[in-house]
Design a protein around this ligand. Structure first.
Ligand code: AVI
Length: 384
């Protein structure tokens, strides 16, 4: 394994950004909620249209969708909840607080890497439209926009988010800072945005903040397949991933002393109270986050220290959670470059450059879409 990694580093031009300084974060990204920034007017907001006859053509009431997801998760054995629902307006704000905590090294380390590498990245990709899945607040993207504006005079930027208000809200900040940037927000889900991406080539898709770690292996395979199909040969993807292996710092990052991580977990249940008519006592829910080295992932649970009922009013149903029960709310996978680089290659995404920090806790991969045939079906000829 060590040998493999060493040769990978030479072959893939791994650049260690030794002097990556820590940038102050005025605001931070919330990737999973796909928030945007920049010069956006109502006319600039693209709302992808569902295909006729597709599931997207019917839009269920938001409470119903959340309620169904909760009911599905609470019926699972073991019980688990979909981590997407952590990010309502309250949850997004709490996540921003998490990103500012001293223990949560991911955001500032990635920002430092980008600061050191942005010029190099802009030089390699040439002039491209930057499309950001889950742009969050602006800081990390602004680092890239700065570099592209310096290199090419202006930059095209397409943030993707489900929330029109968040996209519009970001308008002021970016338009003040990048008056020449051409910004058009895509108001929709990642899935809705994928079909639009092909028409934006030459492009670079940004997937930062180690949001890839919140996808399980099946979701990840679907996601990378869609990325690969959306990009044209020669397009790029900039991926930020957590490569930390140190159990203590991983434990601390998901158990900050100020309690924002705990508030983030509890908010999922507070959201049920707000949107599903539940009356859960969130004060008696513990935040339990542990790093499991064997699976290279942080697992986050809500621990019920007394028996409670979760009502889901839109479905007219309820679930009893026993005292001492735990419910999985999130998984945050950590990556090994020696596995991730070949994995991405199977989707035609070739690691052109890998930028890391001195402590090797985070990596930013510049991936280039190469021309390739996805797995051919093998024909087995029968012998008579
Ligand atoms: C959004 N995502 C990359 C965060 C992570 O580190 O997995 C979500 C998070 N959950 C708790 N703390 C941070």
């Amino acid at each position: 394994m060590t040998e493999k990694l060493a040769s990978l580093e030479t072959d893939s031009h791994l650049i260690e950004v030794r002097r990556a300084s820590v940038v102050p974060l005025a605001s931070v990204a919330h990737p999973a909620a796909a928030r945007g920034l920049s010069r956006i007017s109502a006319a600039h907001l693209t709302r992808p249209q569902p295909e006729p006859g597709s599931a997207g053509a019917v839009c269920p009431a938001p409470g119903l969708e959340f309620g169904l997801a909760v009911a599905r998760g609470l019926s699972d054995i073991p019980r688990r909840l979909d981590s997407r629902y952590l990010y309502d307006a309250h949850g997004s704000q709490i996540f921003e607080n998490i990103c500012r905590q001293p223990e949560y090294y991911l955001t500032r380390t990635e920002a430092a890497i980008l600061t050191a590498a942005a010029g190099d990245i802009a030089g390699r990709t040439g002039e491209v439209t930057l499309i950001e899945l889950g742009s969050g607040s602006s800081i990390k993207t602004q680092i890239l926009l700065d570099a592209y504006a310096a290199a090419y005079g202006s930059a095209g930027y397409r943030p993707v988010d489900v929330s029109a208000s968040i996209l519009k809200q970001a308008e002021k900040e970016i338009s003040a800072r990048f008056p020449t940037a051409k910004v058009e927000a895509i108001n929709g889900t990642y899935d809705e945005a994928f079909p639009l991406i092909a028409s934006l080539s030459p492009a670079m898709l940004l997937f930062l903040g180690s949001t890839a770690g919140n996808l399980d292996s099946i979701e990840a395979a679907h996601f990378w397949g869609k990325v690969s199909r959306s990009l044209q040969t020669g397009d790029y993807c900039l991926l930020g991933i957590d490569i930390n292996e140190d159990p203590k710092s991983l434990h601390d990052a998901y158990n900050d002393v100020a309690g924002h991580s705990a508030a983030f977990t509890r908010n999922l249940f507070a959201r049920m109270n707000r949107e599903l008519g539940s009356s859960i006592d969130t004060g008696s829910i513990d935040h339990l986050a542990r790093y499991v080295p064997r699976w290279r992932r942080v697992e986050i649970f809500a621990g019920f220290n007394r028996s409670q009922q979760i009502d889901i009013a839109p479905l007219d149903s309820s679930f009893r959670i026993g005292s001492g029960e735990i419910i999985l709310t999130e998984v945050s996978r950590k990556f090994r470059l020696s596995q991730m680089v070949p994995y991405l290659c199977t989707f035609g995404l070739n690691a052109e450059r890998i930028y890391t920090d001195r402590g090797r806790r985070f990596a930013v991969l510049l991936l280039k879409k190469i021309s390739f045939e996805p797995h051919q079906k093998t024909r087995i000829s029968k012998r008579s």
